[in-house]
Design a protein around this ligand. Structure first.
Ligand SMILES: O=C(O)CCC(=O)C(=O)O
Ligand SMILES: [Fe+2]
Length: 217
């Protein structure tokens, strides 16, 4: 795949949380959309998970490397067998994302990254405020956006409520949260249906690729 746009300007949203608009060029976006379509056909497909309280998530998810569902990781996809492997190039992309967001050599290794979630949002889908906290490792989370723009709400480590900052994530944007922001609550209160440039390869909905290090073996 082609190189990310290393010239894109990082914007610090909170200490440790950095937004890099336009990080991926259109070729890279199209390439990732194509890969997401393949991953979506993997073991178990794209699933809407049930939550322990009896709800169903509106986002459809697939996983690579480790299977995630509320709220734990396993190596098996229920009723579908072993989870698909974590692609090396997503680890390299995450590593490059951390470097470009923080402007330093990442404190972490490419090899730390071992799980990616592929999230698909249709026009109605959203994601409630939550922490990414099933991981044992304190490695920054790297998030890539494709397709429709969304409102990404980035909050604090104490509560689901204010203070938070709403950021528009567009196709090709990178968002990294680590260090003091690693356990901050965040969510997607809405997407903006029809906002994507069809040249990104996705004509409807939003894809998010979230790359993390579980710290598990
Ligand atoms: O879709 C997004 O941008 C956020 C996804 C997310 O927070 C997650 O998968 O844990
Ligand atoms: Fe999250």
């Amino acid at each position: 795949m082609s190189e990310p746009l290393f010239g894109a300007r990082p914007v610090t949203i909170a200490p440790g949380a950095v937004h890099v608009p336009g990080w991926l060029d259109l070729d890279s976006q199209r390439d990732l959309v194509r890969r997401c379509r393949e991953w979506a056909r993997g073991p178990g497909g794209m699933r809407r998970h049930r939550t322990p309280r009896g709800g169903t998530m509106s986002v459809r998810m697939a996983a690579l490397g480790w299977y995630w569902r509320p709220y734990r990781y396993t190596r098996e996809v229920p009723e579908a067998g072993p989870v698909a492997p974590f692609p090396e190039h997503l680890g390299a992309l995450a590593h490059a994302g951390v470097r470009d967001a923080y402007g330093t050599n990442p404190p972490t290794d490419t090899a730390d990254y071992d799980v990616a979630l592929i999230n698909f949002y249709d026009a109605e889908a959203r994601m409630g405020m939550h922490q990414d906290r099933e991981e044992l490792a304190d490695v920054p989370v790297v998030s890539l956006s494709l397709g429709d723009t969304c409102v990404f709400r980035f909050g604090n480590t104490e509560t689901r409520g204010r203070p938070y900052t709403d950021v528009e994530l567009r196709s090709g944007d990178l968002f990294v949260f680590g260090g003091p922001a690693r356990r901050a609550y965040h969510g997607v209160p809405r997407t903006r249906p029809g906002s994507a440039d069809p040249a990104c390869g996705l004509t409807s909905g939003r894809l998010n690729i979230t790359i993390r290090a579980t710290g598990m073996s």
